[in-house]
Design a binder for this molecule. Sequence first.
Ligand code: ADP
Ligand code: MG
Length: 415
Amino acid sequence: MIDSALTNLLLNFLFIIVGLLAFALYFDFKKKTPSKGIVIILSTFTILLCVLFSYKLTAGVYVDLRRIPFFLASLYFGPQVSFVLMVVIILLRYLFIGSGLIHLVILNYFITFLILAAFSNGFLCAKKKVKMLFTVVICFIMTIFNLVFGYVYEAEISRNEYIYLVLIPLVATIISVMIAEMIRKLIIMRRTLSQHEKLQVVSQLAASISHEVRNPLTSSKGFLQLVREEKDEELQKQFIDLSLKGIDQATHVIEDYLTFTNSTPDKIERINVKHSIVELIEMVEPLAQHVSFSHQLIDDIYVEGQAHSFRKCIGNIMNNAIESMPQGGKLSVEMIVNENLIIAVTDSGLGMTKEQIQRFGEPFFTTKDEGTGLGVMAANIIVHSMKGNIQVKSELNRGTTVYIELHKSLNLDAG
Ligand code: ADP
Ligand code: MG
C-alpha cells in the first residue's frame, strides 16, 4: 500500500519534471517563449499522466500531483490559462476516475483558481523565496483538503502513509518551482544576451560604415574647396573628377553594406563564370602591378545568382589575396568542375595562422590597419545565398587558397 502511494507520487513527479524539460527544450529550439496554447497542451498532457497514475485513498478520494502543473501554468501564464486548466482537470478527473465526489473536486479547484488568479500578477514580480512559500502554502492547503476528505470518507491511512502523502507533494512543489524559476532566469538571460550582442553588432557596423563613408567624402570635400580657390581650369577639372571619385567610392561602400540587409532587389540571372572572372582580373590587374596574374578558366560554365553580387564576392576574395602580397607575388584563379563548380583563388602571400583561419569570415575580424573585416563575411553571405560554401586553406608565409563551391546552372546553350 505504502509502496504504491510512493511509486505513484514519484512517477507523477517525474512527469512534471519531463514537462518542465519539454518547455525548456521548446524554448531552446524555437528561440521564443511557448504561447499560451502550447502551455495548455503541455500542461494538459502532464496533468493527464498524473491523473492516470493517481493513488486511490478510498472511494472518490485520489492523491496525485496534478495540481503542480496547474499551479505553475496558472501563476506564470495568468488566469486564462488557469481557467482552461481547471476545466481540463475536472474533465480528466471525471473521464478517468469517475464522478464520485466530483463536486468536492470542483469546489477545491475553483477556490484555488480564484486564489491563483488573484495572486498571479504579484507572483511574477515576487522574489523566489516568496514564490516558493506561496506555492507551498497553497499546495499544503490542497493536500490537507484531500486528506480530510479521505478521513471523512473513511479511508484507512496509516501514519507512514500520511508522511508520504503530505511530504512528497510539498517537496515536489518546491523543486518544481525552483526548476521553473531556473528556466525563467535562463530565458531572461538569453534575451538580454542576444539584445546585447545585437547592439554590439549594430554599433560596430555603424562605426565602420561611418569610417568608410566619411573618408572618401572628406577627401571629396577637400577637392571641392580646392576647386573654389583654383583659377586654372584644367586643374579645376581634375579636382572635380577627384571629388566625384570620392563620392562614387562612398556610394559603393553603401551599396556593399546593402548586401547585409539584402535590400537590393533580387534579380536572379545566369552568370557566365569565366566572363565575370576575366572582367574582374582585367579591372584589378592595372591597380596591382606588383602581382602577376594567371588563370585557368573553363568556357560555358554558368551559375545562378545576382551578377553584381557574384562579382563582389570574387572581387573581395581577390582583393584580400592582393592585399596579402604587399611585396608582390602570384595570384591565380582556377575553375575546377566536378558535379559542382569550384573556384579556387590562390595567392603566394602572407598566409594565415591557425587562429586566423578559424576566425576567417567572422564579422569585423581584420588584421589590417584600414580593414573593415567585412569582405569575407559579405562573400560568405553571397555564396550562401547561392546555396554554395567557402573554404580556406592557408599556410603562414606560404600563401592562401580560398575555395568557392557553387552549383552549376544547366548549360542551356549546349542544348
Ligand atoms: P579586411 O580585408 O577588411 O581585413 P576581410 O573580411 O576581407 O576584411 O578579411 C578578413 C581578414 O582575413 C583579413 O584581415 C586577413 O587577416 C584575413 N585574410 C583574408 N584573406 C586572406 C588572404 N588571402 N591571405 C591572408 N589573409 C587573409
Ligand atoms: Mg578584404
